[in-house]
Write a protein that binds this ligand. Sequence first.
Ligand SMILES: NC(=O)C1=CN([C@@H]2O[C@H](COP(=O)(O)OP(=O)(O)OC[C@H]3O[C@@H](n4cnc5c(N)ncnc54)[C@H](O)[C@@H]3O)[C@@H](O)[C@H]2O)C=CC1
Ligand SMILES: O=C1[C@@H](O)[C@H](O)[C@@H](O)[C@H](O)[C@H]1O
Length: 338
Amino acid sequence: MTVRVGVIGAGWIGQEHIRRLTGTVTGARVTAVTDIDPARAEQAAARVGARVVADGAELIAADDVDAVLVTSWGATHAEHALGAIAAGKPVFCEKPLATTAEDCLRIVETEMEHGRRLVQVGFMRRYDAGYRQLKQVLDSGRIGEPLVVHCAHRNPTVPETYTSDMAALDTAVHEIDVLRWLLDDEIVSTQVVTPRATSRRFAHLKDPQIMLFETAKGVRIDLEVFVNCQYGYDIQCEAVGEEGLVRLPDPAAVGVRTAGRHSTEVLTDWVGRFADAFDTEFREWIAELAAGNEPSGPSAWDGYAATVITSATVEAIESGRVVATDMKPRPAFYGGTA
Ligand SMILES: NC(=O)C1=CN([C@@H]2O[C@H](COP(=O)(O)OP(=O)(O)OC[C@H]3O[C@@H](n4cnc5c(N)ncnc54)[C@H](O)[C@@H]3O)[C@@H](O)[C@H]2O)C=CC1
Ligand SMILES: O=C1[C@@H](O)[C@H](O)[C@@H](O)[C@H](O)[C@H]1O
């Protein structure tokens, strides 16, 4: 069965995913595209032989759309996710699920009323081969119980429109999700300390920031978010356990020896770093839908948890205090403890 996908939002990542669903993933076809910028929708649709529809509501209702992909701006995600659930259609929503915890909860409750999982959130690091190996080691118990995790999320530069709260909302959100999954644990408090700021930044921006998270089981996580590090896009993660440690591998790169030096390339953007993870994420999503199964990736609950934690982290950036995350108990519908 071919899964016919309708795409809401044909911007940067929308176009990437349209290309992926058309050229890389088997079993899917993009049949409809909408964007508030009609020229953008036309261009993206024409490239893959899809039709343009007026808006998200029309796209969700369309007979030639089996599943919905939401890649519009974050503040519009809740409306589209709720619309898709009301229509009983699976919906893949890029992060964030919604920009407020209240909207995320509404999606969670609506999905539970529907009685079957329809929502998947675009936290693609869970599909990265290196993170999957890290999880296997942690789950196997080979390094004993995890105690401390050290992480870094570095981007070469960001545009002037990037603000200090985006360090949590847009950047750290990926670590927040992947660490909950890796550790099978929940983040219960967050704190942010700011070292001396780099001079290679816009004056309004706190950069770098060091985020400190504590989990329900007492694991401590430090995350350096440094979005003007200049030298590359660099994602680091090292978990220290009672009997050893496990570290995320760097992407494979050839070593070059010349002129008395040995060097390896550092990637410069997230598109290249996580290209394979995005491919796997969509392959698995489409395969599950084609088989008539519920999506098994990051759930609406994971989207809710991430938004609660990023919101608390924004409060921590602004106040300098330790902020407890105020999360509802996890419903049985979403299983497990984290
Ligand atoms: N998983 C990941 O690593 C990444 C996720 N994202 C997420 O993807 C989403 C989109 O990001 P970008 O593509 O970078 O933004 P973008 O600004 O390039 O594209 C968004 C598009 O959505 C359209 N749009 C906005 N509201 C709409 C609506 N109500 N209906 C139809 N179209 C609408 C805009 O006109 C624009 O073309 C964001 O939520 C962002 O956080 C973005 C980059 C990476
Ligand atoms: O979502 C993303 C961007 O918005 C963000 O700016 C990058 O730092 C992330 O790694 C990327 O995955």
